[in-house]
Design a protein around this ligand. Structure first.
Ligand SMILES: [Zn+2]
Ligand SMILES: [Zn+2]
Length: 352
């Protein structure tokens, strides 16, 4: 088995060759068909989150061990199954749900494995898809994506379920009122597409980049507003015909969280998804006086990914531009992403 691994945070990925694992119990071995290169891989590769004020959160202090084969958006073909696997067979093509927990604690049994305190996330805490093979610990994490092209199915495991998980937290106002989306990068555009597929009322998008605002308008945003405009909040309020009930922040910087709070009407909810980093101070009386909710959202659950795949099979999302690159270019793909040279998605395809 050939994989590209982070052996030292921030250093080039290294080629590793090992014996291909043999699945036992309920494990399944996939031959990788498509592995998405995601923005969060840049965080895993660099190994830190910025906490603001010069402080950092080190991922190796949170259980990440090196060498690490990254890749959490993986589609593969089943090539071997453990003796107790009944629900998939050799030759099936499946999307791997990567946000796997211990499977035994209360949180996991409630169905929120992505929030488990002993995570086994593929490509973060266990080997992921930057490889020609992927061992999945249980067949229940493999999802049938029907006729979707593998390179369109792969990002559903991360940006798709992250957008869907955030939208699910908005609740019923999704259908009746405009929401605000901060950040019109890949996640923001995915969120607009999923919102449309859900039959949502629509979204006002905030971004500092005029090109991204154009992309948001083309993707069906009700309005696209410059997040740096001094009257950005007034523009949002005018476009929404009043304050908004829900803001989803895909950036997660101190300035965007502040902006998100300022856009909320009383009783509103800010859902923070982005991990840009920073810190904010909130006058505590605002919390009761505005009756506001500040909620974080981290990826989505296995059930949410299943719902999303069902939704996308009924109401296809617009195709994301995809560039396929051979597995051997894994590190180049990562550095291009860091340099902002990637439009859409890069998919590593071991078979070319
Ligand atoms: Zn658990
Ligand atoms: Zn990701």
């Amino acid at each position: 088995m050939k994989s590209y691994a982070v052996c030292q945070c921030g250093a080039p990925l290294e080629l590793r060759e090992q014996a291909t694992p043999e699945p036992t119990g309920r494990e399944v071995l996939l031959r990788v068909l498509a592995a998405g290169v995601c923005h969060s891989d840049l965080h895993f590769w660099e190994g830190v989150y910025d906490l603001g004020g010069g402080k950092q959160l080190k991922l190796t202090d949170r259980g990440m061990t090196l060498p690490l084969t990254m890749g959490h958006e993986t589609v593969g073909e089943v090539v071997a199954v453990g003796p107790h696997v009944r629900d998939v067979k050799v030759g099936d093509r499946r999307l791997a749900y990567p946000w796997i927990g211990c499977g035994e604690c209360k949180v996991c049994r409630r169905g929120d494995e992505q929030l488990c305190l002993k995570p086994r996330f593929l490509g973060v805490f266990r080997p992921g898809g930057y490889s020609d093979h992927l061992l999945v610990p249980h067949s229940r994490y493999l999802l049938d994506f029907g006729d979707l092209p593998p390179e369109q199915a792969a990002p559903l495991a991360c940006s798709g379920v992250t957008a869907y998980g955030a939208l699910r937290k908005v609740g019923g106002v999704l259908q009746t009122d405009p929401i605000v989306i901060i950040g019109a990068g890949g996640l923001g555009l995915m969120c607009l597409a999923v919102l449309k597929a859900l039959g949502g009322h629509g979204a006002i998008v905030l971004d500092i980049d005029p090109t991204k605002r154009d992309a948001a308008r083309e993707a069906g945003a009700l309005a696209a507003i410059d997040a740096n405009a001094p009257d950005a909040v007034q523009q949002v309020t005018a476009a929404a015909d009043g304050g908004v009930w829900a803001v989803i922040d895909f950036v997660g910087a101190a300035s965007t969280v502040r902006l998100g709070i300022d856009c909320l009407t009383k009783g509103g909810k800010l859902i923070v998804v982005g991990l840009f980093g920073g810190e904010i101070t909130i006058p505590t009386p605002y919390i009761p006086i505005k009756a506001m909710t500040l909620q974080g959202s981290y990826t989505g659950s296995l059930a949410e990914l299943k719902e999303l795949i069902d939704l996308v099979r009924r109401a296809p999302l617009p195709m994301i531009p995809v560039r396929r690159r051979p597995l051997d270019e894994a590190f180049a793909a990562l550095t291009d992403l860091k340099a902002g040279k990637v439009t859409g998605r890069v998919i590593l395809a071991p078979t070319g």
